[in-house]
Write a protein of this length. Structure first.
Length: 254
């Protein structure tokens, strides 16, 4: 299956699940990149050109896709949620943000073809890992993604399984490493996306994770008591746009 990539406002967005049926603009019908505010998407044989442009726009001090989101963007998501109707979602779900550690700097060194190859491999493994736990990737963010799963135990299990899958991935001597944040909350579901303060919290938890680490909020950790994982000590997370009492714990397989 071919895939499209879209360069939107200077960021590469890799859409792993969209079949590519080129239209006269070079983009699949219905692709959001056909809007007036985005550069038309291209199929994989042209994706490397867009990828190089997008990666060159990434600030060196912001290697993490979560960092790229920024507090302003997250606040805009919250505002959009309020515009759709005040209040939170009707049921709790586990949200997670994950990104590839050091991907941007590595991609700039090795070139676009290798970067696209790695993104394809990771995207395929990610979709399979989350689907096996009744979850789904909500959005792809270049070198990372946002996903939603019914509960935190399945979310953590999916991430740990994904880490194992990626151990076998080697693109020209580079092995991908993940950084992940998981939070349990009640975000608003709007048009297939999720909005609200819980999205903000999840992004900040992911931002605080170390390379290779799965970090969960205390709310998510409560659902892991019977899971086959080791939970680290709870510590307070001080980050902009998060509750003062927010605490996080590291998770590792048994």
């Amino acid at each position: 299956m071919k895939r499209c990539s879209a360069l939107v406002t200077g960021r590469v967005s890799w859409t792993a699940s969209r079949s590519c049926s080129p239209s006269p603009s070079g983009c699949a019908p219905g692709c959001p990149a056909t809007t007036a505010t985005a550069t038309p998407c291209r199929c994989p044989d042209q994706a490397h050109q867009l990828l190089g442009k997008g990666l060159s726009a990434i600030q060196p001090q912001r290697a993490s896709v979560v960092n790229q989101l920024g507090l302003t963007a997250l606040q805009l998501w919250q505002a959009a949620s309020e515009a759709q109707g005040r209040g939170r979602g009707d049921r709790p779900v586990a949200l997670l943000f994950t990104d590839l550690v050091g991907f941007s700097s590595w991609a700039l060194k090795v070139g676009d073809d290798q970067a696209v190859e790695l993104l394809r491999a990771v995207a395929d493994h990610a979709e399979q890992a989350f689907a096996e736990r009744n979850g789904r990737v909500v959005k792809n963010l270049g070198d990372g993604w946002m996903a939603v799963v019914d509960d935190s135990a399945d979310a953590v299990a999916a991430v740990l399984a994904l880490q194992q899958r990626l151990d076998a991935v080697d693109v020209h001597g580079h092995r991908p490493q993940l950084r992940t944040g998981v939070h349990l909350g009640r975000p608003r579901s709007v048009g297939g996306d999720f909005l609200g303060v819980d999205v903000n919290i999840t992004a900040r938890v992911a931002e605080a994770a170390r390379p290779g680490q799965v970090l969960v909020s205390e709310a998510a950790a409560e659902g892991l008591q019977d899971a086959a994982v080791n939970l680290g000590r709870a510590r307070r997370l001080r980050a902009s746009g998060t509750p003062r009492e927010l605490r996080v714990r590291a998770v590792a397989p048994v």
